[in-house]
Design a protein around this ligand. Structure first.
Ligand code: ADP
Ligand code: MG
Length: 314
């Protein structure tokens, strides 16, 4: 079921009930199972999730490298499930820029840094390539290394060139799949700092898949994916405390999708040994979730000690 077309108006990325099933011989792997996600223009957000939860599958679809089995994915007005081959080529060249974890997947080894950045512009038939490439390498802090080939650059420098390559044709969206996964923490911080600068100065929308707490601590929104669906979202804002110091407040929320589905955290499920079915009780200002305990059916919900939350009212 796909929802009304009004969903996600104004968002630069719209994923509506996205499904991706991989078939190998007789086996089916459901990598995405009805994933909803909206990303606003100029937003920088992170996606986290255990290995195998569907993060790369999602990014491959958003990058135009793979197509969803069902559901809708729209990026900057391009409907990714319905593009012709020609539109797809244009899309990949101009609308999205992608940065992969493996530094060498991002760059051609026999081209210098500046030639690597020029390459997407050559493919797109752009003018003023050298000037723009040098400008972008300056932006990522590699103005002194423009003639170096990737093998003569450190891992962090290679990823900074990769960011410049991704930006070459002024994409609306940059997708980065664990871009700092092969770097030490100091270098990760540098590369991530460059992504933040790009977001702030160019206004490019950035989606980063990462395991790195250092990264997630610095973005206003982190979405966690579990089993091919968004499960929680963490929002961060900065507040001034009593002493006048800036302090980051992070709050985690469960995602409630438009069909009313929500995933309970594993810790909660295990703590109360929830299984198969739960009782829900609507209270004045909250909904209680209670383990199913066999009792007389017309009874009020069973409420073992652990189930009664602090906000509970009678
Ligand atoms: P993540 O990036 O979060 O680690 P992936 O998106 O790579 O997860 O994978 C999600 C699930 O889909 C996994 O179970 C994985 O084995 C499966 N999968 C991903 N890509 C393919 C593929 N090309 N063929 C078959 N199964 C795949
Ligand atoms: Mg992955």
């Amino acid at each position: 079921m796909t929802h009304g077309s009004g969903y996600g108006q104004g968002a630069v990325i719209v994923c509506d009930n996205l499904v991706r099933i991989f078939k190998i011989a007789d086996l089916e792997a459901v990598a995405l199972q009805g994933l909803d996600l909206l990303v606003e223009p100029k937003e920088m957000m992170a996606i986290v999730g255990a290995s195998g939860s569907g993060k790369s599958t999602l990014l491959n679809i958003l990058g135009g490298l793979d197509v969803p089995t069902a559901g809708r994915a729209v990026v900057d007005g391009y409907d990714l499930a319905r593009m012709s081959r020609r539109e797809r080529t244009v899309y990949r060249r101009r609308v999205v820029g992608t940065i992969w974890q493996q530094t060498m997947r991002n760059l051609l080894p026999y081209l210098s840094a500046v030639e690597n950045v020029e390459l997407p512009m050559v493919l797109d038939g752009r003018r003023g390539r050298r000037g723009r490439a040098l400008e972008l390498l300056g932006l990522v802090g590699l103005g002194e290394r423009v003639g170096h080939r990737p093998t003569h650059l450190s891992g962090g420098e290679q990823q900074r060139v990769a960011i410049a390559v991704a930006l070459a044709n002024e994409p609306s969206v940059v997708l980065a799949d664990e871009p700092t996964g092969e770097l030490d923490s100091a270098t990760s911080a540098e590369v991530f700092g460059v992504l933040r600068k790009v977001n702030a100065e160019l206004g490019t929308t950035i989606v980063v898949v990462t395991h790195d707490a250092l990264v997630t601590d610095q973005v206003p929104r982190t979405v966690a994916i579990r089993d091919g669906r968004t499960s929680t979202v963490t929002l961060r804002r900065t507040e001034l405390d009593h002493a006048g110091e800036h302090r980051v407040i992070a709050e985690e929320f469960a995602v409630l999708d438009r069909a009313g589905r929500l995933q309970l955290p594993r810790t909660h499920i295990e703590a109360l040994e929830l299984r198969d079915r739960v009782r829900l009780r609507l209270e004045e200002d909250h909904v209680g979730v209670f383990p199913y305990v066999t009792r007389k059916l017309d009874d009020a919900p069973a409420e073992p000690a652990g189930a009664t939350g602090e906000g509970e009212r009678r």
